[in-house]
Ligand binder design. Structure first.
Ligand code: HEC
Ligand code: HEC
Ligand code: HEC
Ligand code: HEC
Ligand code: HEC
Ligand code: HEC
Length: 294
C-alpha cells in the first residue's frame, strides 16, 4: 500500500460511496462536488453538505469497506459494517450517541481520548448499570498516583466488555446470552489470566472451557457490574453469600446446598493447589520423580 491509502479519495471513490449509502436507512441527499484530486496527501475536506447529523451521514464515509488509512505503517480500517450495526441492539441509535465528540468535519476534530468517550457514553442511557458499576471493583479512582494509577487505568470500561458496534440484546434473548456466555476470556480472562488458568476444576472451569452451556461463566458467580473482592460481605462469592450463589436458579438445587456444600467453593480456583497439598498425590509424584529422576 502506498501513500495513496493515506491520501484523499478521488472522484470515483466519492461517487461509489454515495451509491452505497442508501443501503442503510434513509439516503442522505448529498451532492458530490468533490473534484478528482491528483494530490494523494491533500486533506480530505468536506465540500458537500449532509442534511443532518444522522447515522446515515456518518455512514456515507464509514459504510465504505474500502475506508482504510495507513497508521504507523499499518493498514487500519475505519469501515463500520452497516448491516452489523443495523442488527445490533443500537441499530436505531445515532452514531453520535456514543461518539459525542464527533461531527462532520475532517480531519475529525478529536483527541486520543475519543475511545474513552465512546466506551463510557453508555452511561447517558444506561443509568442503572452505571450506578451498579460505580459500586464495583472496576470503578476507576481518577486521583490515583504511582503504580496505583496504572492499575486504575487497566480497569475495564463499558465498551471493553461489551464491544462497540455489534452489541446484542441480552434480556430474554437466547442468542445474545449464549454469545455473552461464550466470551469469558474476552470479558474477564484476558485481564485475569491467573484466575482464568486456575478456573479448571472438573465441574465448573474445565466444563466451561470445553464449551458446556450449563457450566458457569465468571460472572455467574462473581456478578458483573458490581463485582466485589470475595473477602468483602458484598461479594457474591464471600462466605456469607456462597449458599445463595451456589443455589441460584439453574445451578445447584437450593434444598441440597448448605454451608458444608458451599465450603467446597474453595476448590473452584484451587484444584492445582489442593493437588499439591494432598499427601497421596504427593507420594505418587515423588515415586515418579524417583523413577524418572526429574
Ligand atoms: C467525509 C467522510 C467522513 C464522514 C462524513 C465521517 N467520517 Fe469519521 N472518519 C473519516 C476518515 C477518513 C477517518 C480516518 C481518520 C484519519 O485519517 O485519521 C475517520 C475516523 C473516524 C473515527 C476514528 C478516529 C480515530 O482517531 O481513529 C471515528 C470514531 C469516526 N470517524 C466517527 C465518525 C462519526 C461518528 C461520524 C458522523 C458524525 C463520522 N465519523 C463522519 C471520514 C468521515
Ligand atoms: C454503543 C456505542 C457506539 C455507537 C452507537 C457507535 N459506536 Fe463507533 N465505536 C464505539 C466504541 C466503544 C469504539 C472504540 C472501539 C475500540 O477502540 O475498542 C468505536 C469505534 C469506532 C470507529 C473506529 C474504528 C473501529 O471500528 O474501531 C469508527 C470509525 C466508528 N466507531 C464509527 C461509528 C459510526 C459511523 C457509528 C454509527 C453507524 C458508530 N460508530 C456508532 C462505540 C459506538
Ligand atoms: C467487566 C465487564 C463488564 C463491564 C465493565 C460492563 N459490563 Fe455490562 N454486562 C457484563 C456482563 C457479563 C453482562 C451480562 C450478564 C448476564 O446477563 O449474564 C452485562 C450486562 C449488561 C446489560 C444488560 C442488562 C443487565 O444489567 O444485565 C447492560 C445494559 C449493560 N451490561 C451495560 C453496561 C454499561 C452501561 C456499562 C458501563 C457502566 C457496563 N455494562 C460495564 C459485563 C460488563
Ligand atoms: C443513546 C442511548 C444509548 C447509548 C449511548 C447506549 N445505549 Fe445501550 N441501549 C440503548 C437502548 C434504547 C437499548 C434497548 C434496545 C431494546 O431493548 O431493544 C439498549 C440496549 C443495550 C444492551 C442490551 C440490554 C438488554 O438487556 O438486552 C446492552 C448490553 C447495551 N445497550 C450496552 C451499551 C453499551 C456498552 C453502551 C456504550 C458502549 C451503550 N449501550 C450505549 C440505548 C443506548
Ligand atoms: C480490562 C481488564 C479487566 C477486565 C476485562 C476485567 N477486569 Fe477485573 N480487574 C481489573 C483490574 C485492573 C483490577 C484491580 C486490581 C487491583 O486493584 O489490584 C480488577 C479487579 C478485579 C477483582 C478484585 C480482585 C481483588 O483481588 O480484590 C475481581 C474479583 C475481578 N476483577 C473480577 C473480574 C471479572 C469476574 C471480570 C469479568 C466479568 C473482570 N474482572 C474483567 C481488570 C479487568
Ligand atoms: C463457580 C463459581 C466461580 C466461577 C465460575 C469463577 N469464580 Fe472466581 N472465585 C470464586 C470463589 C469462591 C472465589 C474466592 C475463593 C478463591 O479465591 O479461590 C473466587 C476468587 C476469584 C478472584 C480473586 C479475588 C477475590 O475476590 O477473592 C478472582 C480475580 C476471580 N475469582 C476471577 C474469576 C474469573 C476471571 C473467572 C472466570 C474465568 C472466575 N473467577 C470464575 C468462584 C468462582
Amino acid at each position: 500500500m502506498t501513500s495513496r491509502a493515506r491520501g484523499t479519495w478521488g472522484h470515483a471513490r466519492a461517487v461509489a460511496l454515495f451509491r452505497a449509502a442508501p443501503a442503510f436507512g434513509q439516503a442522505p441527499s448529498v451532492v458530490a462536488t468533490r473534484p478528482a484530486s491528483t494530490v494523494p496527501t491533500a486533506g480530505y475536506d468536506l465540500d458537500f453538505t449532509l442534511p443532518t447529523q444522522s447515522k446515515s451521514g456518518c455512514l456515507v464515509c464509514h459504510g465504505d469497506p474500502d475506508l482504510v488509512r495507513l497508521k504507523a505503517g499499518k493498514i487500519t480500517s475505519y469501515h463500520v459494517p452497516a448491516d452489523q450495526y443495523g442488527s445490533s441492539v443500537h441499530g436505531s441509535q445515532q452514531c453520535v450517541a456514543c461518539h459525542l465528540d464527533f461531527a462532520y468535519k475532517l480531519p475529525h476534530d478529536t483527541d486520543a481520548a475519543w475511545q474513552l468517550t465512546a466506551k463510557t457514553a453508555c452511561r447517558n442511557c444506561h443509568d442503572e448499570q452505571f450506578i451498579a458499576f460505580g459500586k464495583g471493583v472496576h470503578q476507576r479512582a481518577v486521583d490515583a498516583t504511582g503504580t496505583r494509577a496504572s492499575i486504575e487505568a487497566a480497569k475495564p470500561l463499558c465498551g471493553d466488555c461489551h464491544g462497540s458496534h455489534g452489541i446484542q440484546k441480552l434480556t430474554d434473548s437466547k442468542p445474545g446470552q449464549a454469545a455473552m456466555h461464550a466470551s469469558g476470556w474476552q470479558v474477564c480472562g484476558r485481564c485475569h489470566q491467573d484466575y482464568w488458568d486456575s478456573y479448571d476444576d472438573y465441574y465448573h472451569g474445565a466444563a466451561y472451557k470445553r464449551g458446556a452451556e450449563d457450566a458457569p461463566a465468571c460472572w455467574d458467580c462473581h456478578g458483573w457490574h458490581d463485582i466485589r473482592p470475595s473477602k468483602e460481605r458484598g461479594s457474591r462469592v464471600s462466605e456469607a453469600n456462597l449458599v445463595e450463589t451456589c443455589g441460584q436458579e439453574g445451578c445447584h438445587k437450593r434444598s441440597t446446598v448448605d454451608e458444608e456444600f458451599a465450603s467446597y467453593a474453595y476448590a473452584i480456583h484451587n484444584k492445582r493447589a489442593l493437588k499439591r497439598e494432598n499427601p497421596v498425590y504427593q507420594a505418587i509424584r515423588s515415586l515418579f520423580r524417583f523413577i524418572w529422576k526429574d
